[in-house]
Design a protein around this ligand. Structure first.
Ligand SMILES: Nc1ncnc2c1ncn2[C@@H]1O[C@H](COP(=O)(O)OP(=O)(O)OP(=O)(O)O)[C@@H](O)[C@H]1O
Ligand SMILES: [Mg+2]
Length: 416
């Protein structure tokens, strides 16, 4: 019998460690589903106690060896009667698709899954499907980047980014040719992704720079039918490194533009083969236009506590929607609440050692600190430079942002 024909109560999460893990744990508990993890033994040893406790079981494998991993995970799922698969890490989404296909479980198109992980394949998928996206070119090294950028076809500034990576690692906005070599070096700095040791495509993507405000929107897809989830406004640093400083929901867009963002996000998700799952899509809206441009999509839940922000503002539970889609049930996407929420990240101005951090108590906010005094703080060039975050809830997005800003601006953060 095909596994998808038996009632599914078990779900395998291909690496639940990460921001979306706790949201999946909570949703699975509410839905009466048991969650199992696939991971490396050494990584499992570092799981937060709450995550380790919440798991019904663990499939130990080597996720950097896709053939072995799919064999191990298939055997584990068959042994435990597991009929659903989800992914949390973008780089592991093709593996989740391959496993779902092997099990006959609801999942994404395994032949297109690479396009949800590799930004060069993604650009090709967007072009083929007519999804609005920046113009781009692929370079193997700085010399080729110099030649491609020098042709002027992409204009200036342009964006240099690794073909495969996340968290804004190695992404630079380059103003002139003099900055190109350093940008290519930053984009090619890592040959493998931590912590799983996944080998990365070493090529670099050059993209034309899309001006304007930035947004993200999840799309949940069930049996190929796309359902739009709320739009979230994203704030980033300006300048060479675009590090996310916060998110807020609702995004403050007109109904017309909200629909355009959701529709374009859904097109991006479908273009990279999302059929039973969720996608997190990032888009910019150039000033004076009502045409969103897709920066990227990933066949996974969002990071950055966006699940929390969306639920606090609208009542929509994204992790539950994802679990419903992979267990063959249409997702519940109608907002049940009309409030607002914002998250702001605590970012030090420079790298060093964290000496002290004190976040003031602001009514309507709560904070979480990720690093402890004595920990090393990396350069704030990507999301790994975050020390913690503040979440605010309020009646309006501007008030939620004001409260979160109040807490962040009043924070005493000392890095030596
Ligand atoms: N073509 C572009 N035009 C304008 N800004 C861009 C472009 N590409 C990337 N950016 C900016 O850089 C940020 C990081 O780029 P991108 O999303 O491609 O990388 P990532 O590492 O996958 O990001 P994430 O932090 O979402 O995992 C974007 O959120 C956006 O602010
Ligand atoms: Mg991104």
């Amino acid at each position: 019998m095909n596994i998808s024909e038996v009632p599914c109560t078990g779900v395998l999460v291909v690496e639940p460690m990460g921001n979306a893990g706790p949201f999946l744990v909570e949703a699975a508990g509410r839905m009466g589903l048991s969650l199992h993890a696939a991971t490396h033994r050494t990584i499992h040893e570092t799981y937060p106690a709450a995550l380790a406790r919440a798991l019904a079981g663990v499939c130990f494998t080597d996720l950097s060896d896709p053939e072995r991993a799919v064999d191990d995970m298939e055997a584990y799922c068959r042994r435990h009667g597991i009929g659903a698969v989800v992914a949390c890490w973008e780089l592991l989404t093709p593996l989740a698709s391959a496993l779902a296909a092997r099990l006959g479980a609801p999942g994404n198109d395994p032949l297109r899954a690479r396009a949800a992980r590799n930004k060069i394949a993604m650009a090709e998928a967007f072009r083929a499907a007519g999804v609005p996206a920046p113009r781009g070119a692929v370079a193997a090294d700085a010399e080729e980047a110099f030649r491609l950028a020098g042709s002027g076809a992409l204009g200036w500034p342009l964006v240099v980014k690794p073909a495969e990576q996340g968290g804004s690692w190695g992404v630079s906005v380059v103003e002139d040719p003099g900055e190109l070599a350093a940008a290519v070096a930053a984009a090619t700095r890592y040959a493998v992704a931590t912590p799983h040791g996944l080998p990365l495509d070493s090529r670099v993507l050059l993209q034309s720079y899309v001006p304007g405000e930035e947004y993200s929107a999840e799309t949940v897809v069930c049996d190929g039918v796309a359902y739009a989830l709320p739009v979230v406004r994203k704030d980033t640093t300006q300048g060479r490194y675009r590090v996310e400083t916060g998110h807020s929901c609702p995004a403050g867009l007109s109904a017309e533009l909200t629909a355009a963002v959701q529709h374009t996000a859904a097109r991006a998700a479908l273009a990279v083969g999302v059929r039973n799952g969720i996608a997190h899509t990032e888009l910019k809206v150039p000033p004076g236009t009502d045409r969103p441009v897709v920066i990227e999509t990933g066949a996974r839940l969002p990071g950055d506590n966006i699940c929390e922000i969306v639920e606090a503002a609208t009542g929509v539970r994204e992790a539950e929607a994802y679990l419903r889609a992979v267990t063959g049930r249409p997702p519940l996407v109608a907002p049940t609440r009309d409030e607002a929420a914002a998250i702001r990240f605590l970012l030090p101005e420079h790298a060093g050692v964290l000496e002290r951090i004190v976040v003031p108590e602001v009514p309507g906010t709560h904070s979480e600190i990720h690093l402890r005094p004595g920990d090393t703080v990396p350069e704030p060039a990507d999301s790994s430079g975050r020390v913690g975050h503040v979440v605010a809830r309020a009646a309006s997005p501007s008030e939620a942002r004001r409260l979160a800003d109040l807490a962040v601006n009043g924070t005493h953060l000392k890095v030596n």
